[in-house]
Design a protein around this ligand. Structure first.
Ligand SMILES: [Zn+2]
Length: 322
């Protein structure tokens, strides 16, 4: 008798929302959203995760109560061996929280914890843009920049799970201070936050833009969302800001191409919605600056799985760890 393959109960724990899903071979069978309410503290967040898991189990009825394992993707410095969130930018008061163990108290299943961008990398590799390739790097570019590195079909975790922080490679040694404590990190130069900051700086220096009217003169309210809108209307300031950010991102990609020689770099996160406005200049920088041989073979593309990448990748992680 062939044993039935059981789904993984995957949780993507973000700073504002929790996505819980039952995932089988990259397919989402059941999905539940909840707000994180990170301000409520550790026990409140754990309670919300447990409630979300309970709703998923209820939705899929009794047959699905057979679960392969639980797999949680979370941001921050994750000790994947012990299932501990050592600290997290999204969850301010979390210090050395044994998240896997705490969930197991309620649901006695094998429970894994993985870095969220690492999980998204596994998702894009297994079922998204990087399907069928062996070595890819995934970057999620939004308010910050996270990443995951797939080497020989496996997530590269380093000695303890902290590898893949591509957003914190130093690009400008004299650059501005990054929340991580270093200066001139890629995240400071190529994230959505950096994009908005650059637009505001140029407007304050006297440049004209349709962005000013868009936010009714309150220029500190400009975000990447408004800039995307302005770029689609061919606003010249917005175009030059995006070019600048794309150039900076490209410089980060040059380093990754030279070090890892990946077959593909997949760009996800909100900023990937800039599409070719972002990717085309970034590709050009890679072509101009990286070693020609790896630069020629690397494909730089937009992610395919959107916000589902984390839970889909969490399934992959659980099966690889077993
Ligand atoms: Zn940093």
């Amino acid at each position: 008798m062939v044993e039935e393959k059981l789904p993984v109960l995957a949780v993507d724990l973000g700073g504002t929302k929790i996505l819980t899903a039952l995932v089988l071979d990259g397919r989402i069978l059941v999905k539940d959203y909840s707000t994180t309410n990170a301000r409520g503290g550790v026990s409140s967040v754990i309670k919300r995760i447990n409630e979300s898991i309970a709703r998923v189990l209820k939705q899929c009825g009794q047959d699905c109560s057979q679960i392969y394992s639980i797999s949680i993707a979370a941001a921050g410095a994750i000790d994947t061996r012990n299932g501990v969130v050592t600290l997290s930018p999204n969850l301010p008061d979390w210090r050395d929280v044994p998240l896997a163990k705490m969930i197991q108290e309620k649901y006695p299943l094998k429970t894994y914890l993985v870095h969220d961008a690492g999980a998204a990398a596994l998702g894009e590799h297994g079922y998204g843009a990087g399907k069928g390739l062996e070595n890819i790097i995934f970057l999620t570019v939004s308010t910050g920049i996270g990443g995951g590195i797939i080497i020989n079909n496996k997530l590269y975790e380093g000695a303890a799970g902290a590898a893949g922080e591509v957003g914190h490679m130093t690009i400008d040694i004299n650059g501005s201070k990054c929340p991580c404590g270093n200066t001139g990190c890629l995240e400071n130069l190529a994230s959505g936050t950096a994009m908005a900051r650059e637009a505001v700086r140029l407007i304050k220096s006297g440049e004209k833009s349709s962005l000013i009217d868009m936010v009714k003169g309150k220029i500190d309210r400009i975000t990447a969302k408004e800039i995307l809108y302005a770029v689609n209307e061919q606003d010249s300031l917005a175009m030059s800001v995006v070019n600048r950010i794309a150039f900076n991102l490209g410089v980060g990609l040059v380093n990754l191409v030279n070090i890892f020689n990946p077959e593909m770099i997949v760009i996800g996160g909100g900023i990937s919605n800039f599409g070719e406005y972002l990717l085309e200049p970034a590709r050009r920088v890679v072509k101009e600056r990286a070693f020609p041989f790896p630069a020629k073979m690397v494909k730089i593309v937009k992610a395919k799985l959107g916000e589902d990448a984390g839970v889909i990748g969490a399934e992959v992680y659980a099966r690889q760890r077993n």
